[in-house]
Design a protein around this ligand. Structure first.
Ligand SMILES: CC(C)(COP(=O)(O)OP(=O)(O)OC[C@H]1O[C@@H](n2cnc3c(N)ncnc32)[C@H](O)[C@@H]1OP(=O)(O)O)[C@@H](O)C(=O)NCCC(=O)NCCS
Length: 215
């Protein structure tokens, strides 16, 4: 390894993408996650369950379980400069039908940050991990019918709506469908350059440098 080269683990565990950093969720983050995941409006969009009451003890148990899962990645997302956590994301590896799939999901916990383009940046970062690091053939994601922000974010990032589970959610007095989206590896590779340019702007070269392996 030359003096300038960067160890590959830095890329995977601490994934910097533009202004944001994906890092592992630590036990001390659970206090914040507890607050976030008991926020009715956030959970209405993220989990389609406004009454997502979750105790610290439940979160701690889930945290311990997740430590055993090597295939799935659970992240805290923060602004790199401020070291300020803003949300969470997950990338689960699934082998449905023998084809490796990355299943992604995210929430931005602070409502004042919604609608400013961060979701697109997070989604493209998760696609980079899915296709450029985990070598998956597909990526998929899903969201409740009324979550237009999430659907538009996925469409922007190259996903196509691939199916609907009809009337599987009951929220605020009525039933709602669940929309499924997917993106194939070859489709992502066709779009990759344009997407990276659009979400990273002048931070593109910095990102491309961090994923170079120097020998
Ligand atoms: C869903 C989420 C990650 C999207 O991130 P975001 O930063 O808010 O979204 P972006 O700013 O990247 O914009 C995405 C799209 O939504 C559109 N949008 C923004 N506000 C909107 C609104 N109130 N209604 C409909 N569309 C809206 C934007 O115009 C953009 O669409 P475009 O690409 O066609 O222009 C974020 O809003 C969030 O965390 N929401 C709460 C939790 C959640 O829904 N998680 C996803 C569960 S699957």
């Amino acid at each position: 390894m030359t003096a300038q080269s960067k160890p590959i683990t830095t890329v995977l565990l601490m994934f910097k993408f533009g202004d944001i950093l994906f890092r592992p969720t630590e036990k001390q983050d659970l206090k914040l996650v507890h607050k976030w995941e008991n926020n009715a409006e956030l959970m209405m969009y993220s989990r389609s369950k406004p009454l997502n009451f979750v105790s610290m003890a439940q979160l701690e148990r889930q945290f311990e379980e997740r430590l055993k899962e090597e295939k799935n990645l659970y992240f805290m997302i923060e602004f790199f400069d401020k070291k300020e956590p803003i949300g969470s994301a997950r990338l689960e590896q699934r082998d449905w039908g023998n084809i490796k799939t990355g299943h992604i999901g995210t929430y931005i916990a602070k409502k004042e940050l919604w609608g400013k383009g961060l979701g697109r940046q997070i989604t493209v970062a998760l696609l980079e991990m899915t296709f450029m690091q985990l070598n998956a053939e597909r990526c998929d994601a899903g969201s409740v019918e009324y979550n237009q922000r999430a659907h538009k974010t996925l469409i922007f990032s190259g996903f196509q709506q691939s199916g609907i589970y009809r009337k599987v959610h009951f929220v605020n007095g009525r039933k709602w469908d669940h929309f499924y989206f997917d993106l194939l590896r070859e489709e992502y590779l066709d779009l990759r350059k344009e997407l990276l340019e659009r979400v990273l702007g002048d931070k593109l070269d910095e990102y491309l440098e961090t994923i170079q392996i120097q020998v």
